[in-house]
Design a binder for this molecule. Structure first.
Ligand SMILES: [Zn+2]
Length: 320
């Protein structure tokens, strides 16, 4: 049978509360408290506290509980990768998305059609999280954060090695506490052995969860404040708020690690390390999933639509 006929055009819809699947009566990555939430990963823009039933992978659940304590949700259902569960007849399976530890792509199967929601993903090598595991689907529902042929992320190893050419001046790196900080920790330990790596105390609880889930390559020591004066050759990883409080200081080299050009303005040096797919990675994923339709969210899907014209239908999902 021609799957084009059976794809439900509004199987998921973008609503104020998040991405809603009416057939299964659940939200993907809700933005506010809802009854049933299927959460792809624990970044703040993908999870809302106060839901009744929350479904996520075990690492994602650990991060959610760390962030929201008892407000995380009423019933937390930990679902390991590649084990399926059913919500109102929709069969759901998590597959690694390669974005941060525990991040999942969500495969939803209904009446023989496979809808794959990527959440945030990347295909770049990252030894601090599960490697992405693409599966085939009829509909690929994906972010288009960097869906622009101009966007090509540099090799993260080459980026981090820049720190080795910066002399002994202490370096402060601003990074999101979940995911980016751990990736940087591993990269610095592995590729900048001369540097003394330190982390901000707020990064430590996340590191503990990484270690608990087997990522023993994420090992940063918490900074003792005196060290900034007494030591040289430090690389100190801090959350964005702390980073901004240091920005006026001229005695450190200030770097914000991001894939976004606009976040690089105030920094003394640039460090482009992204946990999102660039144009080539997005197209590689499409090649592996082999969808007959692509529905895009977050970002701008227009370039992708013209690139795939005549080959794959691309629909840009807008708010209801
Ligand atoms: Zn994310």
């Amino acid at each position: 049978m021609d799957p084009e006929r059976m794809i439900i055009p509004d199987f998921v819809r973008l609503t104020e509360a998040g991405i809603y699947c009416k057939t299964g009566d659940f939200y993907l990555d809700p933005q506010r408290a809802v009854r049933t939430a299927v959460v792809s990963h624990a970044h703040g823009d993908h999870v809302a506290p106060g839901c009744v039933d929350v479904y996520a992978t075990p690492p994602t659940m650990a991060f959610i509980q760390l962030r929201y304590k008892k407000y995380a949700g009423k019933v937390l259902h930990e679902m390991p990768f590649q084990s399926s569960f059913t919500l109102n007849g929709v069969r759901i399976t998590f597959y690694p998305a390669g974005h941060i530890l525990g991040s999942a792509m969500v495969l939803m199967e209904w009446e023989g059609i496979r809808y794959l929601y990527t959440g945030d993903f990347k295909m770049q090598h990252d030894p601090t999280c599960e490697t992405i595991l693409p599966v085939q689907a009829d509909v690929l529902i994906t972010e288009t954060t960097f869906a622009d042929p101009q966007v090509q992320h540099p090799d993260p190893v080459e980026e981090i090695r820049k720190l080795n050419d910066m002399g002994g001046q202490n370096i402060i790196i601003g990074a999101y506490v979940l995911g980016k900080a751990q990736r940087l920790t591993e990269l610095v330990m592995t590729h900048c052995p001369e540097k003394k790596l330190r982390i901000h105390y707020q990064v430590l609880p996340y590191q503990h969860i990484y270690n608990r889930f087997g990522m023993s390559n994420v090992r940063g020591e918490v900074l003792d404040k005196k060290e900034l004066k007494t030591e040289q050759n430090l690389v100190y990883i801090v959350p964005p708020m702390t980073y901004h409080s240091y920005l006026q200081r001229r005695d450190f080299r200030m770097i914000f690690a991001s894939g976004w050009e606009r976040l690089q303005e105030h920094n003394t040096s640039k460090l482009f390390i992204s946990d999102h797919a660039d144009w080539a990675e997005l197209n590689r994923l499409i090649g592996e999933v082999k969808p007959s339709q692509i529905w895009t969210l977050h970002g701008d899907g227009r370039q992708l639509r013209s690139h795939l014209e005549g080959k794959i239908q691309v629909h840009i999902l807008n708010h209801d």
